[in-house]
Design a protein around this ligand. Sequence first.
Ligand SMILES: [Zn+2]
Length: 456
Amino acid sequence: MRVGTLVLLCALVAVAWSKPVWKEKNRGYKNYRLVRLSPTTQDQIDFLKRLENTVQLGIDFWTPSDHPGTHNIDIAVPPKTYRTFIRLIEANKITYKVIQEDIQSLIDTETTSNNKAREDKIKSKACESQGNSNWKGKGKNKCKNGQDAVATFSNLATDSIVGTYARHGEINAWLDAVAAESNGLATVETIGQTYEGKDMKVLKIGEDGTKPAIWVDAGIHAREWIAPATLVYIIDKFLSEYNSLPELNKYTWYMLPVANPDGYEYSHTSDRLWRKTRSPQSWGCRGVDPNRNWDSHFGEAGTSTFPCSDIYPGTGPFSEKCTQNIRDFINEHKDRLKMYLSFHSYSELWLTPWGWGTEKPSDNAEMMRVANLGKTAVQGINGKSWTVGAPPDILYAASGGSYDWAKEKAGIKYAYTLELRPDGNASNGFVIPTSEILPSGKEVYAAVKKVASELI
Ligand SMILES: [Zn+2]
C-alpha cells in the first residue's frame, strides 16, 4: 500500500463521523477555500483521481485531474476537512497554493453585482415607461425628467435581462417576448420538459426548413452562469443584426440558452456550485453530469461510477430528460445542421473533438482551422488569448460529451465546446461578477460570426 493511500484511509476514518457534506441543503460556502494544485508526476495524478471519488471530504474539483504538468487543478475545500486535505496533498508532495480564502465572499460579490445590474436595468426601464425619459445613470434614483426611477427586484422587464444572471423563468419569458416582437424573424419552440417539468425553449432565428442550420446551447453545467448570460447577449445581437449580416442570415440558428434548467435553477436557489441535473440517483444523491450522459464512448474517461460524484454519467446514455430532448431535436434537424456549439466555463478554451481520447477525427485539420479563426476573433475584441485543441491534449479527457455525440452520431461536421471566461489562472472560476458578461458576449459573438462565415 502506498503512503498516499494509507494517509487517505486514515484521514477518511477521521472524518467519517461527520454527516456527508454533499447532502447539505441551501448550502453556503463560508470559509471554503479554493486550492490550486500543480501535480507533476503520474503518481500524483493517480492519487488525485482517487481523491475525486472521496465524497467524505466534501471537496469539489472545479477542474478535474488529468495529465501532470499540463494545467492547474482547482479544488474547493470545506473548512471542516481542510487540514485533512492539506495533509494528504503534502504527503503526496503535490505543490499547492490557496487562491481563495472564502468562496462565499466570491458568491456574495457576484450576488451584489447581479442585484445592482438588475436594479440598473429596472430603473432604466422605469424611466423609459414613465414619459419616455432616460435614467440619469449609475447610482442615481432619478430619471432625466426628474421623476423617480422606482426599482424593485420583482419586476425585471422581460426585455432587460441582457447583462444579468437571469433566472430560467425570466429567460424563457424573454425568449417569448423577443420572438413576439421580431416581426416573424424568430420563433420559440418548446423541445420538451425536464425531470422537474420545466420547459426547454429553443429560439429559432431565420426561416425554418430550407437553409443550412447551426445549433448553439449553453448552461448544460448548471453553475457555469457566464455561459447562458453570454448566449442571451448573442441572441440579442442576432435579433438586430441577422438580416444585415450574410454570415448570419445564410443559416437558420437554433439557440438553447439553458440546457439543464433543473440544475441551473437549483444553482440559483440552493447551491451556487451545483453542476449536475436534479434527477434522483442511488445512494440518496441527486443528479447526473449531463455532459457525460451522451451516447459517445459513454462511461469511459473522465467519469465516475459513483452516483454522488460530480462526473457521474448516469445509469446509461440519455438517462436524463434534458439530454433526450436535445438529442431528439438535433436528430430531427441533423441533415441541415452544419455546426454544433456548446458554451461552458471556465478556462478560455476552444475545444475540438474528440473529448474522450487522443485519437483525432479524419477532418481534424479543418476542425482546427476553423477553431483557430474563432480564437483569433475572440482575441481581436478584448485581447483574450484562448487555447485551441482537443480536451485530452490541453485539459482532461471526458467521454459521453454532447459535442462528441453531435459529430460522431448526428454527423454534424463542425462540433465544438467553448470554455468561456475567466482564464485558467483566475482565482474566481465559475463565480464571476456581471461586469464580465458584456465583454464575454462581445468576444464570443465575434467568434461565432467569424466561424459561421468559414464553414465549407
Ligand atoms: Zn461545463
